[in-house]
Design a protein. Structure first.
Length: 270
């Protein structure tokens, strides 16, 4: 009959299991912590990958709907009554920016814009009000970038901590071996070799956990960086369209300004 025990004894997993069983209490505790860290890192990596995939899918749908509108506010006016519980980052940037812009319109003009009535062409914002809208847009972009990056710091921490924990377990195990050798009159290499192998186990486990964590972290970091560039590019295009469609004449002393109703937030021209 074929002896499978000999075959399994040569596998790395069997070596690790044997080293774990032969390790001391501290070594076993560190390996168990490394296992928990590996599960946490896997959960973060999988969850973040799904989140990025959902973001890309939702952004594609949003941009398709947004680009079909005649002007920059069409999508906002059509969907302001149907608020989604979890809008995509691009949609959230767009909604908050448009909401801020509509609030800056004077009371006489606002119903014409939000109700799509006649007289919308008279709606305009000063350069100072456009800058306020730009600040709202930029702040929302930064919030969304921070939200998308959430979890990567924890993944990076686990990537760094697991090999350090392994080194700690190895040093502790070697120290135990040396202390045990000192208590004996003589010790052979055959006696201490299994103990040294067990002491190296936490370092091996730490490297096995950290290697895929590093790869996952850099892969996700590249994706997040691409998403940040997409959000900043969309914000720039959005503000450019808002300025083209809703910014009035120059507020400077030498510039002309379109005739608009007086608003309390508007700065007087010199």
């Amino acid at each position: 009959m074929f002896d499978t025990g000999f075959l399994l004894s040569g596998l790395p997993i069997a070596t690790l299991i044997g080293g774990f069983l032969g390790a001391g209490l501290i070594g076993k505790a560190i390996v168990l912590l490394q296992g928990i860290a590996a599960l946490a890192a896997a959960g973060i990596a999988i969850g973040k990958s799904q989140e990025i995939h959902a973001f890309l899918h939702g952004s594609t749908c949003f941009l398709r709907e947004f680009l079909t509108g005649r002007d920059v506010l069409d999508y906002y006016l059509l969907t302001q009554k149907d608020v989604e519980e979890s809008p995509t980052s691009l949609e959230l940037i767009y909604n908050r920016t448009c909401e801020r812009m509509v609030k800056l319109l004077d009371p006489e003009t606002r119903p014409a814009v939000t109700g799509k009535q006649a007289g919308t062409e008279s709606a305009a914002l000063s350069a100072f009000e456009i800058e306020l809208v730009r600040c709202t847009c930029s702040h929302t972009v930064q919030d969304e970038i921070f939200r998308v990056r959430r979890g990567l710091g924890t993944l990076a921490g686990l990537t760094l901590a697991t090999p350090l924990m392994g080194v700690l377990g190895t040093v502790w195990g070697v120290a135990d071996v040396l202390a045990d050798m000192g208590s004996k009159e003589e010790a052979t290499f055959v006696e201490i070799a299994p103990q040294l192998a067990s002491a190296l186990g936490p370092t091996v486990v730490g490297l096995l956990v950290a290697t895929p964590c590093v790869l996952a972290y850099y892969h996700l970091s590249i994706k997040v960086r691409q998403l940040a560039v997409d959000m900043e590019g969309f914000a720039d295009e959005l503000m450019g369209r808002l300025a083209c469609e809703f910014q009035g004449g120059s507020d400077s002393a030498g510039g002309a300004r379109a005739p608009l109703p007086t608003r309390g937030m508007r700065s007087e021209s010199a």
